[in-house]
Design a protein around this ligand. Structure first.
Ligand code: SF4
Length: 194
């Protein structure tokens, strides 16, 4: 049996994993007003379920699609209310895998845009790489189109580096989604220091 350092995260084929088959629309956690999940003060939603199985995953319990509690209208209303605070910069989606829980994430991000337009930003973490998302299912591409900043790629234990901004391993990138979609090339976040 391989040890943890030798095992690798899984590599799905395009559309192999679909939220419509996998998501139970469960939430592992919700943390209002934290400082660590992106720029500024943020409200973070941790969705449940991920299939990448990265050795050394920072939130292994949330790989289970049934972990936690169901997403509810009450939780959504609370998140939207919390986001209204002047000092809150935006929403962060993480997990688990937001792109395998698009029912929840699309619903929440669309509501955020309805209520706050672009006065609040949206960050998302994903185990998918940028190029993989571009050729995956329509729901994933729709969610991508609504996000401002994406931290992409699996967590790769041999590339672990705790000094990086907002990433666990050096293969991961902090991507300016809107500028990348417009230019057709990956454009990194312009406030990247390391
Ligand atoms: S993509 Fe993230 S949540 Fe999923 S297994 Fe890897 S580290 Fe864990």
């Amino acid at each position: 049996m391989k040890n943890r350092a030798e095992r690798k995260p899984r590599d799905p084929k395009p559309e192999e994993w679909l939220a419509s088959d996998l998501s139970q629309q469960y939430i592992a956690d919700y943390k209002p007003y934290n400082f660590v999940d992106g720029e500024g003060v943020r409200c973070s939603l941790y969705v449940s379920g991920c299939k990448f199985a990265c050795p050394g995953c920072y939130n292994k319990v949330a790989q289970n699609f049934h972990y936690g509690t169901p997403y509810t209208q009450e939780l959504e209303d609370l998140i939207i209310e919390d986001l209204g605070a002047d000092y809150c910069q935006g929403l962060t989606l993480l997990g688990g895998e937001p792109f395998l829980n698009t029912q929840v994430c699309l619903r929440l991000v669309k509501r955020l845009r309805q209520e706050y337009g672009h006065t609040k930003d949206v960050w998302s973490w994903t185990g998918y790489k940028w190029d993989e998302l571009l050729i995956d299912s329509a729901d994933k591409r729709e969610l991508l189109s609504l996000i401002d900043i994406l931290v992409d790629g699996r967590f790769e234990l041999p590339k672990k580096d705790l000094t990086l901004q907002f990433r666990g391993s050096s293969n991961q990138r902090i991507i300016d989604v809107q500028r990348s979609l417009q230019s057709g090339d990956v454009v990194l976040w312009d406030k990247l220091l390391k």
